[in-house]
Design a protein around this ligand. Structure first.
Ligand code: PLP
Length: 417
C-alpha cells in the first residue's frame, strides 16, 4: 500500500501535520494531478478541491497564467543566487500596488512572520510580543502557544521543544478582546515590541473580528510605539487585492505575505515602513537571509498571477457572488437537516462551525464546536469527492475556477450526510 510506504519514510506519511487526517481517523487521498477546481488521486478519482493548497491558489490549479510564466521561466533561468531584474519588477509592483514602502522576499509564511518579529524587536529594542489565541503564524518557536491550525486540531497547547524562556516573552490574548490587550499594555507596555494578528482569522476557522478591535490595535501600538504586524499570509490578495488593510481601512507598520503571493510556488514576504525595513541587514543589523529568497522562477510566476488579480478587480466580485451562493445553499441544506451551525464567511473563505452558539468570535467559542459531527460530515464529503479541510479549525477556499455546478454537486453530497 502506498500509504504504508509513505508512513515508513515520512513521519505520519506527510510533510505537514494537517495533511495526515489523523483526527478524522481516515487515510488521506494521495494525489497525482490537478486542474482548475479539481484534484485527481492515484486511482483516478476526482475531487472538488476546497482546500486549494490552503488558500494559495486563488485562480485555481494550473491557471493559464501560471503555466505560461512557468514555461517562460524554465527556458530562461533557474536560480541565480544573485540579484535579478525580475526581483526588481516584482518588488516595485507589490510596493506600488499594495501601497507599501519596501519588501523582503522569503520562502514561506513562517519565515515572513519570524522575520517580522525579529525586525520589530531590533527596531524597538524591546523583547515582548502579543499574539492571539487561535491565530496561527507558522511554526516559529515564539508563536507555538495556543496557536490555531494543526496545533489546535491536535490539541497541542504548547509545542514540546520550545524553551519556556522563549515563551516568557510571548503574551497571549483572546482574539477580539480589547480589555485583554489593554491589560497587557498596562502591565508591559514599554517592553512590547510588536502585536501580531491575523486581521481576519482563518486558522481557528474563519473569525472576523470587530472593526473596533482592529482600530484599537492600531491606536494602542501608536501610543506605545510598538510595531503592529498584520499577518496577511491568508488574507492578502484574497479578501480584497489589498487584503484586510483594504477591508478595514487600517494600515499596520508591517505586513506579512505567503501563499497567493507566489502564484502557486513557495514564497513569502515581509513588507512595510521604510524606517523599520531598513533595520534589516545589509542596511541595518537585524540579520535575515535566504539562498532561494527572490528566486526568479517564483518571482515571475507570482508577478504574473498578482498582475491578473490587480488588473481585473471584478475577480473579487465574481468570487463574492459565488461564495455567497455557496453560503446560502449550505445554510438552506443545514437548516433542512436540523443541524445547528454558524457559517463565518469573509469573501471567498469560510468555515461551517457545527455549534449551538449563536456566533463564533474567538478561540474559546470555536473550541466548543461539535467535533464528532464535524468529523462525521467531513468523512462523508471526502469519501464522496468533496475535498474540504479535515479540521473544524481551518477555512475552506473558493477559487476563480470553481463553478456553480461544483457548488451544486457539493450541496448534493451534503444532502446525504
Ligand atoms: N501565517 C498564517 C496566517 C498562516 O495561515 C500560515 C500558514 O498557514 C503561516 C503564517 C505560515 O505559512 P507557511 O505555512 O507558508 O510557513
Amino acid at each position: 500500500m502506498d500509504i504504508e510506504r509513505l508512513k515508513s519514510f515520512l513521519v505520519g506519511g506527510v510533510n505537514s501535520p494537517v495533511r495526515a487526517f489523523l483526527n478524522l481517523g481516515i487515510e488521506p487521498p494521495i494525489f497525482e494531478r490537478s486542474e482548475g477546481a479539481y484534484l485527481y488521486d492515484i486511482s483516478g478519482k476526482k475531487y472538488i478541491d476546497y482546500i486549494m493548497s490552503w488558500g494559495s491558489l486563488i485562480l485555481g490549479h494550473r491557471s493559464n497564467e501560471f503555466i505560461k510564466q512557468l514555461n517562460f521561466a524554465i527556458s530562461n533561468y533557474d536560480s541565480f543566487g544573485a540579484t535579478s531584474i525580475i526581483e526588481l519588477k516584482f518588488a516595485e509592483f507589490i510596493c506600488k500596488t499594495q501601497k507599501l514602502d519596501m519588501i523582503r522576499m522569503v520562502n514561506s509564511g513562517t519565515e515572513a512572520t519570524m522575520t517580522a518579529i525579529r525586525l520589530s524587536r531590533g527596531y524597538t529594542k524591546r523583547k515582548k510580543i502579543i499574539k492571539f489565541s487561535g491565530n496561527y503564524h507558522g511554526h516559529y518557536d515564539a508563536f507555538l502557544v495556543k496557536a490555531g491550525s494543526g496545533q489546535m486540531t491536535f490539541n497541542i497547547s504548547i509545542s514540546e521543544g520550545v524553551n519556556s524562556s522563549i515563551l516568557e516573552d510571548t503574551i497571549v490574548c483572546e482574539y477580539n478582546s480589547i480589555d485583554q490587550v489593554k491589560a497587557a499594555f498596562d502591565k508591559y507596555g514599554d517592553d512590547i515590541a510588536a502585536v501580531i494578528v491575523e486581521p481576519i482569522a482563518a486558522n481557528m476557522g474563519v473569525v472576523i473580528p470587530d472593526k473596533e478591535f482592529i482600530i484599537f490595535l492600531r491606536k494602542i501600538c501608536h501610543e506605545y510605539n510598538s510595531v503592529l504586524i498584520f499577518d496577511e499570509v491568508i488574507t492578502g490578495f484574497r479578501i480584497a487585492y489589498r487584503g484586510a488593510r483594504e477591508y478595514f481601512g487600517v494600515e499596520p507598520d508591517l505586513v506579512t505575505f505567503g501563499k497567493i503571493i507566489g502564484g502557486g510556488l513557495p514564497c513569502g514576504a515581509v513588507a512595510g515602513k521604510r524606517e523599520i525595513m531598513n533595520k534589516l541587514a545589509p542596511i541595518g543589523n537585524v540579520y535575515q537571509a535566504g539562498t532561494m529568497s527572490g528566486n526568479p522562477i517564483v518571482m515571475g510566476v507570482g508577478l504574473n498571477v498578482l498582475n491578473i488579480l490587480y488588473s481585473n478587480n471584478q475577480i473579487y466580485s465574481q468570487l463574492e457572488e459565488l461564495a455567497l451562493k455557496f453560503e446560502e445553499e449550505l445554510s438552506s441544506i443545514l437548516n433542512k437537516k436540523g443541524i445547528s451551525y454558524v457559517i463565518n464567511r469573509c469573501a471567498s473563505m469560510m468555515t461551517i462551525f457545527y455549534t449551538n452558539k449563536r456566533q463564533i468570535k474567538n478561540y474559546s467559542d470555536a473550541l466548543e464546536s461539535d467535533i464528532n459531527l464535524f468529523n462525521r460530515v467531513t468523512k462523508t464529503l471526502i469519501k464522496n469527492g468533496i475535498f474540504i479541510p479535515p479540521s473544524q479549525f481551518e477555512a475552506l477556499f473558493l477559487s476563480l475556477s470553481h463553478s456553480l455546478m461544483d457548488i451544486e454537486k457539493t450541496i448534493e453530497i451534503f444532502n446525504i450526510i
